[in-house]
Design a protein around this ligand. Structure first.
Ligand code: AMP
Length: 500
């Protein structure tokens, strides 16, 4: 396909008349779908499944929530039901940008394949490689991985790509955001030319179009219209903040929690550091809150999510990457502690509440310096304004008093990661980068979220006003702070203890 050919947009809620059986899916998978209560395919499934079964490449332009995971897993599993994998030679490779998404895809594969005898392995941070390696040695049909982990193990000779019949790339635009495009290109190059490609992306920026043009062979293109946008069941409101002062924002957040009818909530921050601070602050003030972001060990992230799902903790303080794909059916409130830098993230964030027809509330703190990003959100969701909540006396809420002025207050830091620019990939990640790439682009091993949420060095230096505010540096320039410290396990600097 030439990137100029724009496929026709299909409404996400278009009525589908075919059944999974009509699509030719194997009876054992049909039984699993029946167990799950899936009655009909979603529009993307109805189109992608037949094309994929005919061995065509598929380009699916669709967001999370459209059933895109089924669109690539179901036909792939159907085909894999015949035949057997050989040692270290996966037959299908599914590449996802984040651990959470990879884990979610794996969960779907398990559910859909419960009556099949397919072997699956998962190569993501936080999941023991030794165990996955054992599976690889025996032979896996489906290997689900984040790009860096996959290339690491490939370079170490632990995986052979010659048996790959289907390559799935999920959420390609998120890969771009996170600086993974060179890795994806490499993965295309090391898999057999004859493999089928099922490629999914919510948006089609130029870099993604270029990849599609280069690596997909006459794909069937399916575009599902963006659900415009925000569910009617979600009440959206904002609070006009007199400043971007973090302490003032935390106080406003607590006021909202006290004065709203909150069962539970997800609080979104733009930076991992603020995720930790806000979670700690809420805890200090007597709320059950836990942070979730890409620097935290996977085991802790999984436990935190489970605890939130089963109601043990009331508040999840999250970054965008960690929260992506996060499926918790009952969330009464979403708080945008920060206005997101990408307007689409607003839609993703507030989509965590008001699910499955339930009522939900989304409240965002908006300071003067957020105006541009706020306007972009209004443009995207096609509304002129969002209802405002007045918090009495907000002007007098305490401030950090200049000790830890955020970069925003200094009029800096905005636009830092606004563009989906190439420079991101130089900053990028990761514990998820292959070693060779890591050496070239990112000397320090960082989390998969780094590209999105970390400050450029120069700016970092300017905002470094308090020593106690920073993790100690070792002689190698690496942070001595243990990873868990970035979350909840370790000691908080004295400054925070005083001020949260
Ligand atoms: P996805 O866009 O793949 O993240 O899927 C969104 C949600 O829709 C997931 O919770 C799936 O379990 C669910 N889902 C996917 N396909 C169907 C279907 N055909 N019928 C009902 N639910 C589905």
């Amino acid at each position: 396909m030439s990137s100029a050919d724009k496929p026709e947009e299909i409404p996400a809620d278009e009525a589908v008349t075919v059944s999974f059986k009509d699509l030719g899916i194997a009876p054992k998978i049909l039984k699993a779908l029946d167990d799950l209560g899936y009655e009909t395919p979603t529009p993307i499934q109805a189109r992608a499944i037949p094309a994929a079964l005919q061995q065509r490449d598929v380009l699916g332009i669709a967001q999370t929530g459209t059933g895109k995971t089924g669109a690539f897993t179901l036909p792939t599993m159907h085909k894999l039901a015949k035949g057997r994998a050989r040692a270290r030679m996966p037959r299908c490779l599914i590449v996802c940008p984040t651990r959470e998404l990879a884990a979610q895809v794996a969960e779907n594969v398990e559910l859909y394949g419960k009556y099949l005898k397919l072997e699956m392995a998962l190569l993501i941070g936080g999941v023991s490689f030794a165990e996955q390696d054992k599976k690889l040695t025996k032979g896996v049909d489906i290997l689900i991985a984040t790009p860096g982990r996959l290339l690491d193990q490939f370079e170490r000779g632990k995986i052979l790509m010659t048996g790959v019949q289907t390559l799935v790339v999920d959420e390609a635009d998120r890969m771009l955001d996170m600086g993974f495009i060179p890795d994806i290109e490499q993965i295309f190059k090391i898999t057999p030319f004859t493999r089928q490609v099922l490629f999914f992306s919510a948006t089609m920026p130029n870099e993604i179009k270029r990849l599609v043009d280069q690596f997909l062979h006459q794909p069937v293109s399916i575009q599902i219209a963006r659900k415009n946008m925000t569910a009617k069941t979600v009440t959206q409101r904002i609070v006009r903040m007199p400043s971007s002062d973090p302490k003032q924002k935390r106080t406003a957040l607590r006021w909202l929690i006290r004065n709203e009818d909150v069962d539970n909530g997800i609080i979104f921050c733009n930076r991992k550091r603020d995720v930790d601070i806000v979670a700690k602050s809420l805890t200090v003030h007597g709320h059950d809150a836990m942070p979730i972001h890409g620097d935290l060990p996977q085991s802790l992230r999984t436990t935190t999510l489970d605890r939130f799902r089963n109601g043990e903790i009331k508040f999840l303080v999250a970054s965008d990457v960690a929260a992506r794909g996060l499926d918790v059916p009952t969330v009464s409130h979403v708080f945008n502690y920060d206005v997101p830098n990408h307007s689409e993230d607003y839609v993703h964030r507030i989509g965590r509440t008001g699910r499955a027809g339930r009522k939900g509330d989304a409240i965002m703190l908006v300071a003067r310096l957020d105006e541009k990003n706020y306007q972009e959100i209004l443009d995207l969701i096609k509304v002129k304004e969002i209802e405002e909540i007045d918090i009495p006396g907000i002007e007098d809420f305490p401030k950090d008093g200049g000790r830890r002025k955020s970069s925003r207050d200094k009029g800096k830091g905005r636009g830092r990661d606004r563009s989906r620019s190439k420079s991101r990939k130089d900053n990028a990640s990761s514990d998820d980068k292959p070693k060779s790439t890591r050496k070239r682009t990112a000397p320090k091993r960082k989390s998969e979220e780094t590209a999105k949420s970390e400050k450029p060095k120069a700016e970092k230096a300017k905002t470094k006003t308090s020593k106690s505010d920073q993790p100690k540096k070792s002689s190698k320039g690496k942070s001595d702070k243990p990873k868990e410290d970035a979350g909840f396990g370790g000691n908080m600097p004295a400054f925070f203890k005083r001020d949260l």
